[in-house]
Design a protein around this ligand. Structure first.
Ligand SMILES: C[C@@H](O)[C@H](N)C(=O)O
Ligand SMILES: C[C@@H](O)[C@H](N)C(=O)O
Lengths: 165, 165
């Protein structure tokens, strides 16, 4: 692979929240984020995967300090949007690898996922782009997950470990 | 908002594919991407949102030319993973806005989503990071979606329109 993974990060100061079972039609995402924007919620990742039969979920990774507020906002929207439920979990961490072209070939992604799988660390959310693959895991596995990707991509010698809290 | 949206892009040379109803436990993502990697599938976005009752979906945005091959690989995995189904759609486009900190506040995201909603363009997938918010829409709406975000963020004068096929 011509891809070079140049670093890995661990962020424990986050929470996962999702509004599940929303109608998959125009205007829904606008309404959800309009409500979050009005209250200044800090959003790190927005993730919407395929839905089923015109219904889908929208997941967010936010700063941990915003969790209670975000859940309140989403619960307030739930009835009006006919959403099935709000999910939330403050006990999560984000482990990412960064590098030019990381998501371009499936190879780098498969190595990251395998490194986590070998340590029995479950991947709860995935969000990737050209330059970064982010996995959300449970908070207790955060450090182990960071070491796993450091080992897999031999990052120790680069001294690129960044831990944010 | 201190966020500045500096550009927007439209990419029509893509396809959406997903393996749905996979067990949400360690090793599943590794297996899916291991199989895709062995065949050199070019992956642009990996999206996994929250699941339900230990089952979830993994969505991918890939280069259009890889669609048939990717579906074949995923169908080959389906029984072994006890996945419910494979979804795919070659008639999609990716519209993105880029800028430093775009996903940081919900405000920029809500403006992008509202711009698409006003034109009745459905958002099929969302993947965002610090510097980019990508929405997958149907291919026929691609140009209109690009214009929508250009108008919303007043990008014309920057002449930042990039269209890839
Ligand atoms: C679910 C949500 O993204 C919806 N499809 C919309 O366009 O707003
Ligand atoms: C669904 C998939 O991501 C699974 N949770 C895994 O860890 O591999």
């Amino acid at each position: 692979e011509k891809v070079v993974v140049t670093g890995a990060t661990l962020n424990k100061g986050i929470a996962k929240v999702a509004i599940c079972g929303v109608p998959d039609r125009p205007g829904v995402a606008a309404r959800v984020f309009g409500a979050l924007a009005r209250e200044g919620i800090n959003v790190r990742l927005i993730i919407q995967s395929v839905g089923q039969e015109k219904v889908t979920d929208i997941s967010l990774v936010i700063g941990r300090s915003f969790l209670k507020q975000a859940v309140k906002i989403l619960e307030g929207l739930r009835a009006g949007l006919k959403a099935r439920e709000i999910q939330s979990d403050g006990s999560v961490a984000e482990v990412s690898i960064v590098g030019s072209g990381v998501a371009g070939t499936a190879g780098v992604a498969s190595r990251m996922f395998r490194a986590l799988a070998r340590r029995r660390i479950n991947i709860q959310l995935i969000s990737s782009s050209e330059i970064r693959i982010a996995c959300i895991v449970d908070a207790a596995s955060g450090e182990r997950a960071l070491r796993a990707v450091h080992d897999e991509f031999q990052l120790y010698r680069l001294r690129r470990r960044l831990v944010a809290a």
